[in-house]
Design a protein. Structure first.
Length: 386
């Protein structure tokens, strides 16, 4: 029995993780759950999975959760400090880090300092502080197992291989909802259209990121840090069927790929069960029905966010944190209807152009760059993104 803590259990990855665990009850026990503010769903998850500790955003939410639970010896922690404390709990064997956005960085670092095994879904923390995270994880011998389907694929293809023998990594992308939409038509796309991803059901932030293709840019940075491979070797490949989750080409011309159904429960289950492979109840891929697997190059002009991500990957330093923070602000503004879809890359590019990069940043430099990018974004938004 592995004791599992799910950080961000009320989100898309969090709920999928609970579904995987429900199907494998004799293998995993849920000991901790966290939500930001959705205590309605957290309450139902507590009733179903009976964790011994949870964490919510603030004291007010903790009080109303306590009231709903009545007499219960559940331990309720609050805020970022609560998340950091929880990451060090002795009774946790493995943490699933499924909090979205930069809010995952501090609890992730705490999990590493406490030598936990981490199934990492969150990508923003790696983008912000990838070098530092991987260095601390190495020192602390904290194992990081990727959950993001592309990273899980690359990680499986690299298992037992000599990384110096890698020629290229092909990071596949479904292309998002606007793969076939002409650039002129992207001016007036609605929030609802942006959230209609053709292949995956996900949280709002990552759905918008998939439509601008910055999600693939974030994954480029994620892969660069996770596998210690230069960005020049990582090639984005549009693959609309989303069956090949990424590929690794070696110097001898051999290409290894991971193929599976388009269902996050597959990489989540493997991140939990590793190194074992457990029986899955999901429908297997039917190769007799799969008519074609297409691959195309990405359009860097239609999707400037991808170009910006490569630029930032080359620059390193604090530039990735700035890209990430500007994107978080831009996506939030877009979801509120305050900026147009094409305003997202415009805002990110403008903020990046004003940034003075700092190489080999420490954690405080990274947080400073993050705050600066948010303030700069706000200042630009006040005047309007053109
Ligand atoms: P969701 O928006 O669906 O869920 C986010 C979760 O994090 C919720 O539980 C939310 O709580 C919680 N949360 C959000 N902000 C904070 C914060 N500041 N502090 C504490 N908790 C917080 O996101 P997804 O599940 O889609 O994605 C999670 C992460 O996994 C992202 O980084 C994403 O890029 C990555 N990922 C997601 C995939 C997917 O298929 N969804 C695929 C690959 C990677 P509440 O519900 O209370 O707001
Ligand atoms: Mg992905």
């Amino acid at each position: 029995m592995k004791n599992i803590a799910i950080f961000g259990s009320t989100g898309s990855i969090g709920q999928n993780t609970l579904e995987v665990i429900r199907g494998l009850k004799n293998q995993f026990r849920v000991v901790a759950l966290t939500a930001n503010s959705n205590i309605e769903l957290l309450y139902r998850q507590i009733k179903s999975f009976r964790p011994s500790v949870v964490c919510v955003k603030d004291r007010q939410l903790a009080r109303s959760l306590r009231r709903r639970l009545g007499s219960s010896d559940l331990n309720i922690l609050v805020g970022e400090i609560g998340l950091e404390e929880l990451a060090g709990y002795k009774g946790i064997d493995q943490i699933v880090m499924a909090i979205s956005g930069s809010g995952a960085l501090k609890p992730l670092l705490s999990a590493i300092e406490n030598c936990k095994t981490i199934a990492l879904a969150n990508k923003e923390a790696l983008v912000m502080a990838g070098a530092l995270i991987m260095q601390r994880a190495c020192v602390k011998k904290a194992r990081i197992i990727p959950v993001d389907s592309e990273q899980s694929a690359i990680w499986q293809c690299l298992e037992g291989e000599d990384k110096s023998r890698v020629r290229s990594i092909y990071l596949t992308a479904s292309g998002g909802p606007f793969f076939n939409t002409p650039k002129e038509k992207l001016k007036h796309v609605s929030v609802a259209k942006v959230l209609e991803h053709p292949r995956w059901r996900m949280g709002k932030k990552i759905s918008v990121d998939s439509a601008t293709l910055i999600n693939k840019g974030l994954e480029l940075l994620e892969a660069m840090y996770l596998f210690d491979i230069s960005a020049q070797k990582i090639k984005v490949l549009i693959h609309p069927q989303a069956i090949v989750h990424s590929m690794v080409e070696f110097v001898d011309g051999v290409v290894m790929a991971e193929l599976s159904a388009t269902d996050m429960r597959i990489p989540i289950q493997y991140a939990l069960s590793y190194p074992k492979r457990l029986l899955s109840k999901l429908k297997p891929l039917d190769f007799y029905k799969l008519k074609e697997l297409d691959f195309r190059p990405p359009d860097f002009v239609k999707f400037p966010c991808l170009r910006l991500a490569y630029q930032v990957a080359e620059e390193g330093g604090t530039a990735p944190s700035v890209l990430n923070a500007a994107d978080e602000v831009a996506v939030a503004e877009f979801l509120k209807g305050k900026i147009a879809f094409l305003g997202i890359p415009k805002l990110i590019e403008k903020v990046l152009s004003r940034h003075r990069n700092k190489n080999n940043p420490g954690l405080s430099d990274i947080f400073l760059a993050d705050r600066w990018a948010r303030e700069e974004s706000a200042a630009i938004l006040e005047k309007g993104v053109k």
